[in-house]
Design a protein around this ligand. Structure first.
Ligand code: HSE
Length: 372
């Protein structure tokens, strides 16, 4: 059985990966080794019912014994350790959730329902570095896979509504704390008829702007507000998250599909989990709405086309309905009145599953199938 080293398995993406591997009985197929940056020698988790100790995540000799390493530890770890493994001419496969290596020449961005052929070819060519894509990129491409594969897309404007989970575990907790602080600031007044809604609003605004309001992680209020910037400022008007839309999408498509232009604004909202995106899509061909819906719904087996009506949209096209599932919901599909061949769509997918852990898990399985 292949020796698989896991780093960052306790973090948010790592935990979701462990959960999925357990659900799919992946641990029956591998010999797992768990690494740690801080608790070397302590008892390793027993996902595979194997008794073992945690290994040092900075030990290049221990890491070098692995056939496959899956890192959910983050970019700093990748920056430090990956080159050292390359220096010792390690022959194993590196599967990574961090963005560090995504645009490197030797790395393939993995999203196998769409770029399975590219993965196959890269494997044949000896590729060893496989990186999960940015969450919004993977979720968007899966949502419109049917349109992309039929070469129907000229450009996409993606306006995102990204959950706190995309920023990390501490940020998710901070969102809950902020919600709690806002509620506490008016809790005893909500049912009191002598306070009207504008009084309550004034009090929550005051709380939001008070020095005591918890903003350690986000720097600003998210609960009751939003943050119209994600990731670094590239100082050309774009955020790095926005830049990734075009750059990563086309790296995923390259060699097998026509390139598409992707641009838009990325916004953090007070959702716990699952990213949403409002898409405007310019089609290259004249397609009617029935043909468009058919292409979208046949894109892959995870796409769930939600009929464009109020009841089904508010029930099934939301983070609340999609979180914790592998569904890629897409709806609000209609022809826009703004010009020819322009359509709208709204899509929601779990940022921690298809947006992060699932492409890595599937890549591991592809390698196991190939190498036994
Ligand atoms: N960069 C994304 C976010 C996380 O901040 O929401 C994607 O994995």
């Amino acid at each position: 059985m292949k020796k698989i080293g896991f780093i960052g398995w306790r973090g948010m993406v790592g935990s979701v990966l462990m959960e999925r591997m357990t659900q799919e009985k992946d641990f029956d197929k591998v010999d797992p080794f768990f690494f740690t940056t801080s608790q070397v020698g302590e008892k390793a988790p027993s996902y595979s019912h194997k008794e073992s100790c945690l290994l040092d995540a900075y030990s290049i000799s221990e890491l070098g014994k692995m056939d496959i390493i899956i890192s959910c530890q983050g970019g700093n770890y990748t920056e430090e350790v990956y080159p050292k493994l390359k220096d010792i001419k390690w022959k194993g496969h590196w599967i990574d959730a961090a963005s560090t290596l995504r645009m490197h020449k030797e790395a393939l961005i993995v999203l196998d329902p769409l770029n399975g052929d590219a993965i196959e070819q890269a494997y044949i060519n000896g590729n060893k570095t496989w990186v999960g894509g940015n969450c919004t990129v993977s979720l968007m491409l899966l949502a419109i896979q049917g349109l992309v594969e039929s070469n129907a897309v000229e450009w996409v404007s993606s306006m995102t509504y990204q959950a706190a989970s995309g920023a990390g575990a501490r940020n998710m907790k901070e969102l809950l704390v902020q919600m709690g602080e806002l509620h506490s600031s008016v809790a005893n007044k909500i049912e009191d008829k002598s306070y009207n809604i504008l009084d309550l609003d004034k009090d929550t605004q005051k709380k939001m702007h008070a020095k005591s309001f918890t903003t350690t992680e986000f720097g600003v209020p998210l609960a009751g507000s939003l943050i119209p910037w994600i990731d670094q400022d590239l100082e050309d008007g774009r955020s790095k998250e926005e830049w990734k839309g075009q750059a990563e999408s086309n790296k995923i498509l390259s060699g097998y599909f026509d390139s598409i232009k992707v641009d838009g604004l990325c916004v953090r909202i007070g959702t716990m989990r699952s990213h949403s995106q409002a898409l405007t899509i310019k089609l290259k061909k004249d397609l009617n709405i029935k043909e468009i819906n058919n292409l979208i719904s046949n894109g892959n087996k995870w796409v769930k086309l939600i009929p464009n009506n109020k009841q089904e949209s508010i029930k099934s096209l939301t983070p609340a309905s999609v979180s914790g599932t592998l569904d890629i919901a897409i709806g609000r599909v209609r022809m826009l009145d703004l010009g020819n061949n322009l359509i709208s769509a709204f899509t929601v997918g779990d940022q921690l599953l298809w947006g992060a852990a699932e492409p890595l898990r599937r890549m591991m399985n592809i390698l196991i199938q190939k190498e036994g």
